[in-house]
Design a protein around this ligand. Sequence first.
Ligand SMILES: CC(C)(COP(=O)(O)OP(=O)(O)OC[C@H]1O[C@@H](n2cnc3c(N)ncnc32)[C@H](O)[C@@H]1OP(=O)(O)O)[C@@H](O)C(=O)NCCC(=O)NCCS
Length: 207
Amino acid sequence: MEALTRWQRGWSASRGWTDVQCIDDVTVVRVGEPQRRVEYVATGQHATAAAHLALTDCNPPGTSWLTITGPADRVAADLGPLEIVRTNWLMTVRLADQVSYPVPPPYALELSATPSVVEAQAYGYGEIAATGRMAVLHTGAVADMVQTDPAHRRRGLARAVMTALALAARRRSATTAYLAASAEGRHLYKSLGWTTLTPLVVARTTG
Ligand SMILES: CC(C)(COP(=O)(O)OP(=O)(O)OC[C@H]1O[C@@H](n2cnc3c(N)ncnc32)[C@H](O)[C@@H]1OP(=O)(O)O)[C@@H](O)C(=O)NCCC(=O)NCCS
């Protein structure tokens, strides 16, 4: 699934995960963090191969993670003893079609960028109120780590952050964007014109 691959590449770029390999149609991202040593990304068709890799690697229990296209009830049997942690949703939008919103006063937005990642921060009342990132790889962009501090939610900050990120990505010639939405984030992205491609089952080894 091309969208899954494009999302994984952008997600890895956003997080600075550079050790990526493909084994048996499973993308293996060696993350190297204490709680997430590795991330296996695959379509549901290759869930058994991904589960086998997770169950036979040498990482401590609970530190090998999987993201598999769902739904959960269809892939659960292939994941065997792995713990299903949650479901996210792979979403997409043509950047030109994303609905735009201004920053609500008295907040202000600041953008910073590296060659492949644009970051937006919304400030207000002396605090960082909302943040988000977009990795831009050629014509594809991937949004990541969009969050609003609980005290500043439902004021339009996340959609202002998404508006600024989309504009910056378009300036870099990106045309299509992807992201893995949480249950909470899904409402936000739907309201901005994003559509859902598939559920993503997030699982891990157990202790
Ligand atoms: C999801 C999140 C980023 C939304 O931030 P926010 O600044 O409150 O979002 P906005 O105010 O810009 O919301 C814009 C629209 O999105 C929708 N929306 C946002 N949060 C929603 C929620 N919890 N339930 C239903 N709709 C929601 C609404 O349509 C909202 O417009 P409205 O308030 O006029 O109805 C925030 O709740 C958050 O940080 N959650 C925890 C982290 C997370 O899940 N991030 C998303 C990762 S993919």
